[in-house]
Design a protein around this ligand. Structure first.
Ligand code: MSP
Length: 659
């Protein structure tokens, strides 16, 4: 029999900036679901990618002084780019689409033409409001307090000749889809969509632009580019080979089983996307799941607010699996959640170091200490079982059912909660059985002790299997420590009690999740974040050149001369000032004060040949007179001010004129 297919997607990301922990949340969640379906033996297709067109990218590239393609290439393929991040986070996508890929571009042109020929796309004039950061057009009535209803930012008036998609034609079918099926989840999102968009009346959607060029050209009307959301949404099908020869599994995988998306793009996925699919007479995805946002101090993370959390830093400090686990364990998947480093460390310490880590390390350590790492044959059963044996065995062997129910309803946090109830029960079981007491009389209690440890190993095995979609690498280590052979790492084995070989080799390996010292880790994080911020600043910045012109005569009035440093000392009570005694070639010493102590020690400068302007009016500083100014070059490096005195060849005599 063919395996059940499961097609799951993440949104394709805008490569306008480095991705942050919010994007990571969305992709890690999708990855955990994809791994769960693979664990079940399904034929999974997991797609992610990047959405690379649109005005925002065009503008950002112009700011950076590179072409849009060079700009996106850097963020998608470059160091710490999108692909790098997914590799680091152990994301197991089967495919990665870039909307600038040729095959996608050609497919979108065919799709656009098809909807046009059908009469569902027509030409008109667009008048309305445009939110540039969201690349969304809005009608006056959709604005909230005159601002973009998605991001709350200012919108601009916009008017242009454009193509429109007959969204209004599909309003009734969309309402029916939302209200009468389980297409959109969680259910609360249905109410939002109906109230905010369907009830006020769906208007036709503007689906082409002429005000910029970085997009897929409408091939039958040059000058128009396809609206970025039309281009982006169809990625889910072009990446399977719809209207192209790059891939050939559209018929196999489409329709998608679920699109996982953040709440602000639910409108696109639950209204516009199904309407366009209806127009194309294509099957609809089975589900769209709109997850919540990770917030920071109650607000959305965004690069422009400067409050993004860097997943690279967190993964390097705490490990990829701990970070993946934290994201899935802590925040109910359909709701918003407040991210904080304290919460992250607390979760690692409580759930991973204390509960799971302790269960594994205590059990494997005792198997080593009392039985040399091999339990005796017969340990699966016990002559005198205690009531708590049955309780633990019952809870652990029924865990898979509860876990499955949660995962199937897109509630990974609930699935993890069920696993941790069992882990906590197992730790309590250790205390109830007190193996260390049993071990005092091995002749009398050896068989009982072995049975207790076997029960614990079995519990760890079941939990390991069910945790593996969330923490794949750590669970492999766990399996190695408890001696779980490949057939004890399967979905099947998580619902059967007694799958571990009785005499399998148990080894107390490295501590899976060491405890973290909260204060030390927070201080280290702060230092790493500060260093990363600094490194992200432009390497070298110089002041822009002045555009105002000076006439030649004015320039000639400035008297620049070569001077030699006879003496130099720090000015008392001043942190900045150095006092220079200079030979300016006149035979009389010249005194200049310069605020450069931060950059030079006085003894470094004695004997140096420098440049100075000598006809500035004298100025008093800290009670001392300064007659002129030394010339230096200034710039910023990673946000830090740098200064270099203009140091000349010593062969040049004092007093020589600079011109
Ligand atoms: N390019 C569109 C998606 C097109 S899909 C056909 C887009 N890209 S995005 O990069 O801005 O966002 C990608 C995903 O990251 C969205 O689902 C968004 O909700 C999610 N997140 C971005 N910041 C987030 C948080 N702070 N928290 C949770 N998810 C967040 O939208």
């Amino acid at each position: 029999m063919e395996n059940k297919k499961f097609y799951i997607t993440t949104p394709i990301y805008y490569p306008s900036d480095k991705l942050h922990i919010g994007h990571t949340y969305c992709t890690v969640a999708t990855d955990a679901l994809a791994r769960y379906h693979r664990l079940r033996g399904e034929d999974v297709m997991f797609l992610t990618g990047t959405d690379e067109h649109g005005q925002k990218i065009e503008d950002k590239a112009a700011e950076a002084g590179v072409s849009p393609k060079e700009f996106v290439d850097r963020i998608v393929e470059g160091p710490q780019g999108v692909k790098d991040l997914w590799k680091l986070m152990n994301v197991s996508n089967d495919r990665f689409i870039r909307t600038t890929d040729d095959y996608h571009v050609a497919s979108i042109q065919k799709i656009f033409r098809k909807m046009y020929e059908k009469g569902d796309i027509y030409k008109g004039t667009y008048k309305g409001k445009y939110c540039k950061p969201c690349e969304s057009f809005w009608t006056e009535s959709q604005l909230v307090d005159g601002k973009c209803p998605d991001c709350g930012r200012e919108v601009q008036d916009a008017e242009e000749e454009a193509y429109f998609f007959r969204l209004s034609k599909y309003a009734d079918r969309i309402r029916d889809l939302l209200e009468n099926t389980d297409f959109l989840q969680p259910r609360s999102r249905v109410n939002e969509m109906v109230k905010n968009f369907i009830d006020p009346g769906l208007e036709d959607l503007c689906v082409s632009r002429t005000s910029f060029t970085w997009g897929i050209p409408v091939d039958f009307d040059p000058g128009h580019v396809v609206y970025v959301w039309v281009d982006a949404l169809f990625n889910y099908t072009t990446a399977l080979g719809l209207f192209n020869d790059q891939y050939h599994d559209y018929d196999h995988y489409w329709p998608a089983d679920v699109h996982i998306v953040g709440k602000e793009i639910v409108r696109f996925h639950s209204i516009i996307w199904p309407a366009m699919l209806m127009s194309m007479e294509m099957p609809l995805p089975k589900h769209v799941f709109g997850h919540g946002w990770l917030l920071l101090d109650g607000g959305k993370m965004s690069k422009s607010k400067g409050n993004v959390v860097d997943p690279y830093i967190l993964a390097s400090m705490f490990g990829v699996d701990a970070l993946r686990f934290f994201l899935m364990r802590t925040f109910p998947f359909g709701s918003d959640g407040n991210f904080s480093n304290e919460l992250l460390i607390q979760t690692i310490n409580t759930d991973l170091a204390n509960d799971l880590g302790n269960l594994v390390s205590r059990t494997t350590a005792m198997a080593g200490k009392y039985f040399g790492g091999h339990l005796p044959e017969g340990c699966r059963s016990c002559a005198a079982p205690e009531p708590f044996d049955g309780e633990l065995i019952g809870l652990a062997s029924s865990l898979r059912g509860r876990y499955e129910e949660a995962m199937e309803s897109f509630a990974p946090h609930k699935a993890l909660d069920e696993v941790f109830k069992v882990i906590q029960r197992a730790n309590k079981y250790i205390d109830e059985c007190a193996p260390w007491v049993l071990a005092k009389d091995m002749d009398a209690n050896g068989q009982r002790l072995a049975h207790v440890l076997y029960n614990l190993l079995e519990t760890a095995q079941i939990c390991g299997v069910l945790l593996s979609p969330f923490m794949p690498e750590s669970c492999e280590k766990l399996f190695a420590q408890i001696g779980a052979a490949p057939d004890a790492q399967t979905w099947d084995s998580a619902a059967r009690w007694g799958v571990l070989a009785e005499t399998a080799a148990v080894t107390k390996g490295e501590n899976l999740f060491p405890r973290i010292d909260m204060d030390k880790a927070l201080a280290e994080l702060e230092a790493l974040e500060a260093a990363a911020k600094k490194a992200a600043l432009p390497a070298v910045e110089t002041e822009p050149q002045l555009t105002e012109k000076v006439d030649f005569d004015t320039f000639c009035k400035c008297d620049f001369r070569v001077v030699k440093v006879k003496a130099c000392e720090a000015v008392k009570k001043s942190e900045k000032l150095l006092r220079f005694t200079l030979d300016d070639g006149t035979g009389t010493d010249r005194q200049i004060l310069s605020g450069i102590h931060k950059f030079y020690e006085p003894e470094q400068l004695v004997g140096k040949t420098l440049a100075a302007i000598v006809n500035l009016p004298p100025r008093k500083m800290m009670g001392l007179e300064s007659c002129g100014m030394l010339l230096s070059a200034v710039h910023t490096e990673h946000g830090e001010e740098k200064l270099n005195l203009i140091i000349l060849d010593d062969a040049i005599p004092a007093g020589a004129k600079l011109c």
